[in-house]
Write a protein that binds this ligand. Structure first.
Ligand SMILES: Cc1cc2nc3c(=O)[nH]c(=O)nc-3n(C[C@H](O)[C@H](O)[C@H](O)COP(=O)(O)OP(=O)(O)OC[C@H]3O[C@@H](n4cnc5c(N)ncnc54)[C@H](O)[C@@H]3O)c2cc1C
Length: 532
């Protein structure tokens, strides 16, 4: 009689997209599994950005349905299977559904939860043991000879052969929030009642736009007027003013049409960029490839920004120059019109598409740059890539313009030298142009890269700091390296801790890639350094 194979005991901590894709890839390994999914929220399978604590119905995901890696069924198929009433709740009609659609984040959360439940049901039917523990916060992880033990607010869970830390975003504590100061848009803003006053929002990205929307929609509503979107302010909300601010005072551009999956790069290929690491000046060698790629893709753009005479340090200034000089709202209106025209005609702007593909290829070598090159990269090229890939849904730009037209929204350029102070309930910003005071202030600058010190798991934090691992080192399968008894047993897939080596790691496609690498490592046992 064959000996029964003992299933591998795996814990997945956190059930956002990373946790879900990890489960999905693990189930594809063809080995018997005993997986426990632990989720501190009341419902597994939603993820922080897609939950009602972080999003209202109006807040859009900045990923088109075609880009979302399917869990069980593709997102668009899932959307098509919804009833008219379900779609209507999110302001969608059946005719809106296409592969380039940006949907509300809450709807995407519903998709992920639904997919997780199907995945678990099918896995159980296939003989795997899958346990979901909702409302269970993991507070520590301890390596023991029997396996990894998890201390949770509902008692100790374990042992496990392996654990995957897929805990996602970590923002300043909601406890720091007051009724007039929000350290992030996710520290109670969604439920807070914000009076019609002068509201400051630090940041101009999609998160900042969302914060502005969370406030504005308490004091009026958006309405279609032919092709236009207008904002009708409530009569008693005359005093509402929202000021978005950033160092540059530049607004993001609207997401643009391009072929997906990405076409291969012609010059700055993975191997060509990797070879730059052995050059005497790696960042400059990489920039030569980036420049050649853009010149080949879009000679007219290259001429316009004078690309031939630029280097890795000066490209960003030339890239942003015209936008920095223009009126930001006029620029946004023009950009929106161009994007909508191109979307209707299925036209791709070649330089935008080149930059979009380049950011992923270049990210592969960033961790291996010297400190000096890395500082140069962060000060220049990184800003260009972020601007390009963090383009926002066109509808978000339309809403900004509607708030502008309603006399509610303005933009403040802070420059490099500004001071933020709290004076009683007010927040005061001193900047080169003067002093601005806000009765309500929302810091919407997004996720910061975190270090081992910030890990909310004392034993793990201690083990990493004992090994002088200020930034946790991970292998290609995201398992920890040089982490004492955690080495090889715990995979670190929590975004803020990966951002040092992978500055563009945020996003659903990155979650799916990480999950695949983790499952691949567990299947083969191969654990090379992330960048070798
Ligand atoms: C506001 C916002 C909007 C975004 N919008 C988009 C977008 O439109 N498109 C896109 O591609 N990307 C977007 N992102 C990027 C985001 O990183 C990914 O989409 C994705 O959410 C990351 O998935 P995750 O599973 O790693 O983390 P999360 O989605 O954050 O999920 C982590 C889960 O772990 C749970 N958890 C945390 N700690 C514990 C613990 N100690 N014990 C148990 N459970 C725990 C959390 O409750 C949560 O459910 C957005 C990010 C933010 C912050």
């Amino acid at each position: 009689m064959p000996t029964p194979i003992t299933p591998r005991r795996i814990a997945i901590i956190g059930t956002g997209p990373t946790g879900i894709y990890t489960l999905s890839h693990l189930l594809g390994m063809g080995q018997p599994l005993a997986v426990t999914l632990l989720e501190r929220g009341p419902q597994a399978g939603i993820g922080m950005p897609y939950s009602s604590e972080a999003a209202s119905r109006a807040m859009l995901a900045n990923i088109a349905s075609i880009e979302i890696p399917p869990v069980v069924v593709p997102y668009l198929d899932w959307l098509r299977a919804r009833s008219d009433a379900e779609l209507g709740r999110y302001g969608l009609g059946r005719g809106d559904l296409d592969d380039r659609l940006f949907t509300p984040r809450l709807l995407l959360g519903e998709y992920y939860r639904d997919q997780l439940l199907i995945l678990v049901r099918d896995a159980q039917a296939a003989g795997h043991v899958i346990t979901i523990r909702e409302g269970t916060e993991v507070q520590d992880i301890a390596p023991t000879p029997a396996g990894l033990m998890l201390a949770t607010d509902a008692g100790v869970v374990g042992p496990f052969d392996r654990a995957v830390l897929a805990t996602g975003h970590q923002f300043p504590d909601a406890d720091e929030a007051t009724r007039s100061y929000f350290p992030s848009p996710w520290s109670g803003l969604i439920e807070a009642r914000v009076p019609a006053c002068r509201v400051g929002v630090m940041g101009t990205s999609l998160s900042a736009i969302d914060a502005a929307m969370a406030v504005a929609t308490q004091h009026g509503r958006f309405r279609r007027d032919g092709d236009d979107l207008v904002f009708d302010r409530d009569p008693q909300a005359e005093a509402l003013r929202i000021v978005l601010m950033s160092r540059t005072g530049i607004l993001p551009e609207a997401d643009f049409y391009c072929p997906i999956p990405y076409q291969p790069l012609a010059v700055a290929t993975g191997p060509a960029l990797a070879a730059c690491l052995s050059a005497p000046a790696p960042l400059d060698a990489a920039f030569d490839l980036i420049r050649a790629e853009i010149m080949q893709a879009d000679p007219a753009f290259a001429l316009r920004v004078g690309l031939g005479g630029l280097d890795a340090d000066s490209f960003a200034d030339s890239y942003f120059a015209a936008r920095a000089e223009a009126d930001p709202f006029r620029w946004a209106r023009r950009n929106l019109a161009e994007v909508e025209r191109n979307r209707a005609d299925r036209v791709t702007v070649a330089w935008r598409y080149a930059l979009l593909r380049l950011h992923e290829a270049v990210e592969e070598i960033v961790a291996e740059l010297s400190d000096d090159d890395r500082a140069r990269f962060d000060a220049g090229l990184k800003k260009v890539f972020v601007d390009n890939y963090a383009a926002v849904p066109p509808e978000s730009i339309r809403r900004l313009l509607a708030l502008r037209d309603a006399g509610i929204l303005s933009l403040l350029t802070l420059g490099e030298d500004y001071d933020l102070t709290r004076e009683g309930p007010d927040t005061v910003i001193d900047h080169p142009e003067g002093r601005d005071r806000f009765a309500v202030f929302i810091d919407a600058r997004g996720q910061k890269a975190l270090t081992s010190e910030d890990l909310p798991f004392p034993s793990l934090r201690g083990a990493l700091l004992d090994q002088d691992q200020e930034i946790p080192e991970v292998a290609q399968d995201y398992s920890l390296l040089n982490a004492g008894d955690f080495t090889g047993r715990l995979c670190l897939a929590a975004i803020p801790y990966l951002m040092h080596d992978r500055p563009f790691v945020q996003g659903i496609t990155a979650c799916a890639d990480i999950a695949q690498a983790i499952a691949g490592g567990m299947a083969t046992g191969r654990r090379r350094r992330l960048v070798s």
